[in-house]
Design a protein around this ligand. Sequence first.
Ligand SMILES: Cc1ncc(COP(=O)(O)O)c(C=O)c1O
Ligand SMILES: [Zn+2]
Length: 405
Amino acid sequence: MSYAIALRCRKCGREYPLEPRNLCDFCFSPLEVSYDYKSVARVVSREKIAEGPPSMWRYRDLLPVDDDIVDIGTGFTPLVKVDNLGQELGLEKLYIKNDCLNPTYSFKDRVVSVAITKAREFGFDTVACASTGNLAASVAAHAAKANIKSYVFVPSDVEPGKLTGIAIYNPVLVTVKGSYDDVNRLCSQLAQRYNWGFININLRPYYAEGSKTLGYEVAEQLGWRTPDCVVAPAASGLLFTRIWKSLDELAMLGLIEPVNTHMYVTQASGSSPIVNAFEAGVHHVHPVKSETIAKSIAIGNPADGYYALSVARQSGGGACAVTDEEIIDGMKLLAQTEGIFAEAVGGVVVGALRKLTASGAIKRDELTVAVITGAGPRTQDIISDIVRPFAIQPSLESFVEVLGV
Ligand SMILES: Cc1ncc(COP(=O)(O)O)c(C=O)c1O
Ligand SMILES: [Zn+2]
């Protein structure tokens, strides 16, 4: 049983029934799931959550789904204290939330698990999504598990490793000659024409809720405390806003103290509409043309950009963009200090951490959580120049000669 009661417009507050719909008919603003928090407060407790499964579904009282969940084992990923990286950056209490360790190697499994569960509840026999790659893999995997058909649309320049990671689940995989923003526009047209569950269009309000579980986990894993600072990447901006919402909800339910977390949003310099708006001190997020190696977050016109911007400001946090060179350095630093091979987005987060620490925005003794959202092996091409093995003959002499040790 779910405690969700309605979809509510984020701008004008109008309410709609819980159906496949993402925009308000009156002001075209995004809709958000609202809950009967009084009833939730009566049933949730730290103890009840601790007794739940070691997955995102331990927080199901705070998710908008009924009983028949599509679960491939997502969530409750490690929150690791990373002292080597912390020392390198000058942070004493640095943690990494390692969401590389989800079933399809990114945090997208959190959102998709909820959205596909809803798709099945609504009776859709087909789901679809516009994706920069990770979402498509997750949708295809969950659709396979749920026995429903999936159409996934990605830009044609998506990394080859990502295509394999999608195709293995056998969705209808469509590559579109254009940017992610073109793909998204096309999918909005398709959503008018086909009665499918579009994961990030008509199912978007439910999809969004899945991201909250990352924030719940961080608070629980810190012993029901909130970090002083969170550094998280943004593409559409949804994950960033939902981490904030998750902490807010936990405080509202009395599971943690009032939240005083500074939220720092980070993007690649080649696709940084939210950071640009933050730095310019404006409220409108102007679309940009994306050009970066961090293709997973190359969204020039972020659907939730306005809200991500508000969270960064309202929380007393900030915004930081990172160049492609800094991204590569960040990926290497993370792997070479902590043994975590993240994709380019992880490099964005580590690059931002370095800059935010150097500028004094994040202080040495602040408990900081860096959100690493996706794993590296599918996007290896951007760092292929690191492969420089010593090539030897299978003999002792050859080893000594070539390595000189
Ligand atoms: C690895 C990774 N990190 C972060 C994001 C950003 O997610 P959001 O669109 O919720 O801002 C994405 C989105 O595609 C992603 O693939
Ligand atoms: Zn409205």
